[in-house]
Design a protein. Structure first.
Length: 428
C-alpha cells in the first residue's frame, strides 16, 4: 500500500503573502481586509512578504529539505471564482525546499517539495447562490508534498502527528485545520482524494478508501484511476468529476516577481519534539509515550521538563498534570519550580491553590471568556458533536463534564456557556 499527501498549512505572518493587508486579524467583516493586489485587480503588482520566505525556509529546513538558493514563482492558470485574476501564484521547479524527509521511528517518509503559495478567496455556498469572501485571499500557505512512502493507516496517523508537531514548533497554528489531498494505491492504480479538511476527516477518508480498494481487489475488480472527494456526513469517498489534472493546468513564470535568494536566511536548529521526548525518556527512565503527550504540542512543558534534574523528573511530570487537571494555565516557571518543592501527590485543588498562593484570586474571577473560547475550540473541531449539539442532551452532558474537569465552574454556568456556543456556531 502506498499513501502520499499534499498538506496545506497557513504561515504565521502578520500580513498577507503579496500585500500589506492583515493575514488573520480583523477578519469578521467579509471583504474588509482587501486591496487591489489580493483582489487581483488589473495593474496591481505583488510584493513578496520576506517573513513568509523566512518561515518557509525554516519549515523546509525542519523537514530536512535541500533549500533552493534561488527561489521563484509561477502562475498556475485556471478559471474559478475564488481567483478572479485567473491564476494562483505558487511555486513549482523554484520551490523553496526539495528532497527532504520526516523521520518516523527510523523510517524516512520522503518530502518531495515544500512550496509557498497564496490562498484563494473563500467560497460560501448557499442553496442557490454562492458568496465570496476575499479576506482569506493572499494568505501565505506552505504546500508540503510527500513521497508515497506511507504504507498503512497507523503510519499515516503517526506521520500526521509528527508533521503537525514539527510545524507547531515552527510557529504554525496547528489548531487551524489542515487541508489535505491524499493519494492511496493498494494496487498499481493511483486514486486521489481531494480537499479533505481536518485530521479526523483525513484519517476517516483514508480508512474508507483502504477498505473500498481492498474489497475491490478481493472481488477481482480493477480499480479506476480517478479523483474522489470525501463526504463528511456519510464518512465515505465518492467519485468526483475533476476540473483539471496537474498536467492540464497552465504554468507560466510569474513576471511580476523575481528570483529570491535564501543565502542570508539562516534557519535555527529545528525542534523535533518526538526526538526530545525520546532523549528525556532515556535520560530519566520514564515513559516515552507520556512525555510525548506532554510535549508534542506544548513548548512550555518541553522547556519545563528539559529544565529539571533526573531526581525531580517524575515529580515534574505529575506537577504538569496537576496544573492541567486543575485548569491552571497561566503559571510561571518560577511558580512551577517552587511547587516542585512541595509534596503534591494527593493534594486537591483548594490546597494546591493555597500552596501556589492564589486561592482567593481563583475563586473570585472565573474567566468565562476563556472557558467559552475553549468550548468553542472543542466543539468547532468536532463537527459530529456540533451537529448533534442542541438536540442531544448527551452531548451537552458530556461537554459539561469536560468543562468541569478543566475549570472551576458549576454545572449550570457550564451548561449555559455550552448552549450559547452551540447556538453561535449553528448560526454561522
Ligand atoms: Zn491585499
Amino acid at each position: 500500500m502506498k499513501i502520499g499527501l499534499e498538506v496545506h498549512v497557513a504561515l504565521p505572518t502578520k500580513t498577507k503573502l503579496f500585500c500589506s493587508d492583515l493575514a488573520y486579524e480583523n477578519q469578521e467583516e467579509p471583504n474588509s481586509n482587501v486591496c487591489p493586489v489580493c483582489l487581483g485587480l488589473p495593474g496591481s503588482k505583488p510584493v513578496l512578504n520576506e517573513t513568509a520566505l523566512e518561515i518557509s525556509t525554516s519549515i523546509a529546513n525542519a523537514l530536512n529539505c535541500k533549500i533552493s538558493e534561488n527561489t521563484w514563482f509561477v502562475r498556475k492558470v485556471y478559471f474559478y471564482p475564488d481567483l478572479p485574476k485567473g491564476y494562483q501564484i505558487t511555486q513549482l521547479d523554484g520551490a523553496i525546499g526539495i528532497d527532504g524527509y520526516v523521520d518516523l521511528n527510523g523510517k524516512k517518509i520522503g518530502i518531495r517539495r515544500v512550496q509557498i503559495e497564496e490562498d484563494p478567496a473563500r467560497i460560501i455556498r448557499e442553496k442557490d447562490y454562492s458568496l465570496l469572501d476575499f479576506n482569506r485571499s493572499g494568505v501565505p500557505l506552505n504546500e508540503i508534498v510527500t513521497e508515497p512512502d506511507i504504507s498503512n493507516l497507523e503510519e499515516l496517523k503517526d506521520f500526521v502527528e509528527e508533521l503537525r508537531s514539527i510545524l507547531y514548533y515552527q510557529g504554525v497554528n496547528v489548531n487551524q485545520e489542515l487541508k489535505t489531498d491524499l493519494n492511496i494505491s493498494l494496487a498499481e492504480t493511483r486514486v486521489e482524494i481531494k480537499n479533505v479538511t481536518g485530521v479526523r476527516n483525513l484519517i476517516s477518508a483514508a480508512e474508507y478508501e483502504i477498505k473500498r480498494q481492498s474489497a475491490m481487489i478481493k472481488e477481482g475488480k480493477s480499480i479506476k484511476a480517478e479523483t474522489r472527494s470525501y463526504k463528511e456526513d456519510t464518512e465515505e469517498t465518492v467519485s468526483s468529476r475533476e476540473k483539471e489534472t496537474e498536467e492540464e493546468y497552465g504554468f507560466t513564470f510569474e513576471p511580476d516577481l523575481t528570483f529570491y535568494s535564501t543565502k542570508e536566511i539562516k534557519p535555527q536548529n529545528p525542534v523535533i519534539a518526538s526526538k526530545v521526548a525520546k532523549g528525556l525518556a532515556d535520560k530519566n527512565q520514564y515513559s516515552e509515550k507520556t512525555i510525548k503527550e506532554l510535549i508534542m504540542f506544548n513548548k512550555r512543558n518541553m522547556s519545563l521538563l528539559l529544565g529539571v534534574n533526573k531526581e525531580d523528573f517524575r515529580k515534574a511530570v505529575s506537577l504538569i498534570e496537576k496544573f492541567a487537571a486543575f485548569g491552571i494555565e497561566d503559571y510561571s516557571s518560577g511558580e512551577f519550580n517552587s511547587m516542585l518543592k512541595n509534596d503534591i501527590t494527593s493534594v486537591e485543588r483548594p490546597a494546591f491553590m493555597s500552596l501556589l498562593g492564589r486561592e482567593k484570586a481563583a475563586e473570585a474571577n472565573i474567566d468565562k471568556g476563556e472557558i467559552e473560547k475553549w468550548i468553542r475550540y472543542v466543539l468547532s473541531s468536532d463537527k459530529n458533536l456540533l451537529d448533534r449539539g442542541l438536540t442531544d442532551p448527551k452531548v451537552i452532558g458530556f461537554m459539561i463534564g469536560q468543562v468541569k474537569e478543566k475549570y472551576q465552574i458549576n454545572g449550570k454556568d457550564a451548561a449555559d456557556l455550552i448552549k450559547k456556543v452551540i447556538k453561535d456556531l449553528q448560526n454561522k
